[in-house]
Ligand binder design. Structure first.
Ligand code: GLU
Length: 474
């Protein structure tokens, strides 16, 4: 039986400084699946306290991308910019408890200290000047100050759900700023205040945050709170084995959406970046993923983002999905007006295994819906299939036979064509190839009788007549 922990709470906490990065999307998916697996909840928090870099439209875009991906969080979105007073209040509380102090050092002073350290070849640490003054009970009345956290001595150890035991020496952690002189919190403060206030029990985030975690653990303790469990997700590398970046391809969920990737396929693909259900299983439904996923099984080693595999996987999803479910995803890519929804479903069914993206599929579908007068005949196909006097005679015979068909279905159409070929003593291909060019303009398509039915009688006959009027071509 599945273990249930309804106190369990995870969160995804993006900073709205750009589109939803695929790394962020994976973090969101892992948070969601772990919460679902154990009956916990997931919260969405927008970390927008950095007014210079955060943008409301990025936040909205991230929310929209998560919705598109089907990352259905339970609580939020909560905007940190709505909680600035709370962070300030908690910083003051920390000062009152002696866990932090006001620092009046100016930027210039700190710069000088940094330069001196560099000159002496020491790594820079804050001198602790204001900490000592605070220890002596000196207080200054100046308006301008930052609040620094008083880092307690000793190492910080924790058990990471993915990496196992992690150890940080105390000396590596400097007295860091928690509240800036403009009264805005730093990331360290807002993230810990929120994780406490919101009852977060597991923090799963990218391992670029690993060096922040000891600071956060110390802050949790200073507030008298039990630190959550941490899970640091391995990096995602590009095909060049370097950190995934624009250089090697698209990096945002939005770009993949625009390329014609289905949300389910992207979800499935990201799920396998650093996790595997075991065996060589690769295509999983969400329910199967929820059953099998556990943050503790995420790999330590970086994952490599293989965009070709994503496109392959998308093709798998596209070929398996019921056409009705494809329609809403396909609509933004359609370049032709759809006159008949039933006919669209039929055309999707005929073509869904032939394209790898929604863009491909939209392209494959267009010829079925374009105006018959606009069909263009591909040069290669013309050269191969429309040369010789026989072609006109055969297409004429097809036009006549199809016009006389009582029932418009695949079997009837095929029987009529085969009868003509047999009567002439040639292979059916001699009729099928020119017919295909007449109907689709190109040399390949799904089975031609299926195409005819998907086009309907009127269009089929019109397209045959139109080509006949233009023959000989080229
Ligand atoms: N806002 C941080 C980021 O986007 C994540 C913070 C966290 O998960 O603790 O990198």
């Amino acid at each position: 039986m599945r273990e249930i922990n309804d106190r369990m709470k995870l969160r995804f906490a993006p900073s709205p400084t750009g589109y939803l990065h695929v790394g962020g999307a994976r973090t969101a998916i892992f948070n969601l699946l772990h919460a679902r697996r154990y009956g916990g909840t997931m919260l969405l928090r927008i970390e927008d306290t950095d007014a210079e870099r955060s943008r409301q439209h990025h936040a909205e875009q991230i929310v929209a991308s998560l919705e598109w991906l089907g990352v259905a969080w339970d609580e939020g979105p909560i905007y940190q910019s709505d909680r600035i007073d709370r962070y300030r209040q908690r910083a003051i509380e920390l000062v009152e408890r002696g866990g932090a102090y006001r620092c009046h050092c100016t930027v210039e002073e700190l710069e000088r200290e940094r330069e001196e350290a560099e000159k002496d070849g020491r790594s820079y640490r804050y001198s602790g000047k204001c900490r000592s003054a605070a220890d002596r009970g000196e207080s200054r009345e100046e308006e301008r100050f930052v609040v620094r956290f008083r880092v307690p001595p000793g190492p910080v150890d924790f058990d990471d759900l993915i990496r196992g035991p992690v150890h940080f020496e105390g000396e590596t952690i400097d007295d860091f700023v928690v509240l800036r002189s403009d009264g805005h919190p730093t990331y360290h403060l807002s993230v810990v205040v929120d994780d406490i206030d919101m009852g977060i029990t597991i923090v799963a985030r990218g391992d670029d945050h690993l060096s922040n975690t000891p600071k956060h653990i110390l802050l949790f303790r200073a507030f008298g709170a039990e630190p959550p469990q941490f899970a640091h997700l391995p990096l995602i590398l590009g095909s060049d084995r370097k950190r995934l970046s624009k250089r090697t391809g698209a990096t945002s969920a939005e770009e993949y959406r625009e390329m014609g990737i289905l949300p389910d396929a992207l979800f499935n693909f990201l799920l396998l970046l650093g996790w595997s259900p075991g065996g060589d299983r690769e295509i999983l439904t969400r329910e199967e993923a929820i059953e099998a996923f556990d943050l503790r099984d995420v790999h330590k080693a970086p994952a490599v983002f293989d965009a070709d595999k994503l496109v392959w996987m998308n093709g798998q999803y596209l070929s398996r999905k019921p056409p009705e479910e494809i329609v809403p995803h396909l609509e933004p890519f359609l370049t032709v007006a759809i006159d008949d929804g039933e006919r669209l479903l039929r055309v999707i069914r005929l073509n869904q295994a032939r394209g790898r993206t929604l863009r491909d599929l939209a392209e494959l579908i267009a010829p079925y819906f374009v105006d018959d007068e606009t069909i263009a005949y591909d040069d290669e196909a013309v050269k191969k299939h429309l040369k010789g006097a026989d072609v006109t005679r055969r297409l004429d015979a097809l036009l006549e036979a199809f016009s006389a068909l009582g029932e418009w279905n695949e079997a009837a159409a095929e029987a009529a064509l085969r009868k003509l070929a047999e009567g002439e003593g040639v292979s059916a291909a001699k009729y099928i190839h020119p017919l295909r060019v007449a109907l689709m303009g190109v040399g390949n398509s799904p089975p031609i009788f299926d195409v005819m039915i998907a086009l309907g009688r009127e269009r089929t006959l019109r397209r045959l007549r139109r080509l006949l009027e233009q023959l000989p071509l080229g």
